[in-house]
Design a protein around this ligand. Structure first.
Ligand code: GDP
Ligand code: MG
Length: 180
């Protein structure tokens, strides 16, 4: 999904950049490509609509069209608005003064919890902390194995009680294990 999106966005950007001067119609055509790419990647319709409103408002003004490299400007605007869309500011996890710091990943299947848990654990390992991954997804086939493989690759321990124990119990025992 993300790969398709990257490719489509890159194509749209390339088209915009390739022209020296842009007309309002050129910009609108480019923005339409971007809109389609987002919709095809399953980005929520309302989110796309609002995003496109913001970008269009900024991109079709005379300031952009009359600039030296309007294509670059439009790409820059899209980039900035995407950062805004994702949340313009960075936030850090609060590290507990009394270890362990517990992070619970919640989300629909396929949302990226396991992958993100690996990324977070890897980040904290680099900061000389001692992450432990706890496999609480007993529902998705091979979810535990996936976390174990990730743990092996990153050299980070994975706590599991298999898929026959309740996630709540696994979480509690996982925390106890981390404290020891
Ligand atoms: N391109 C891309 N793919 C991702 C990202 N995060 C997760 N995925 C992929 O999305 C799929 C589901 O991710 P997973 O972490 O297993 O989701 P979970 O079910 O919430 O644990 C996997 O194929 C991942 O490789 C990401 O940030 N970028
Ligand atoms: Mg998972």
């Amino acid at each position: 999904m993300f790969q398709g999106l990257t490719e489509k966005l890159n194509n749209a950007f390339k088209k915009l950049r390739s022209k020296g001067k842009l007309s309002e119609a050129d910009v609108k055509a480019g923005l339409r490509d971007i809109k389609l790419a987002l919709l095809e990647a399953d980005v929520n319709f309302k989110v796309v609509k609002e995003f496109m409103n913001h970008v269009t408002e900024r991109a079709v003004g005379s300031e952009v069209l009359e600039s030296l490299l309007p294509g670059q400007q439009v790409v820059k605007i899209v980039h900035e608005e995407m950062i805004n869309l994702m949340g313009g500011s960075q936030s850090k996890l609060t590290i507990s003064p009394k270890p362990p710091t517990i992070v619970m990943m919640v989300g629909l299947q396929g949302a990226g919890k396991t992958t993100h848990a690996g990324k977070l654990a890897s980040l904290y390992k680099k900061q000389s902390k001692n992450p432990l991954l706890v496999a609480c997804d007993i529902y998705r086939p091979a979810a535990i194995k996936q976390l174990q493989v990730l743990g092996e690759q990153l050299n980070i321990p994975v706590f599991t009680l298999g898929d026959k124990t309740s996630p709540v119990k696994i979480a509690k025992e996982g925390v106890q294990y981390a404290v020891q």
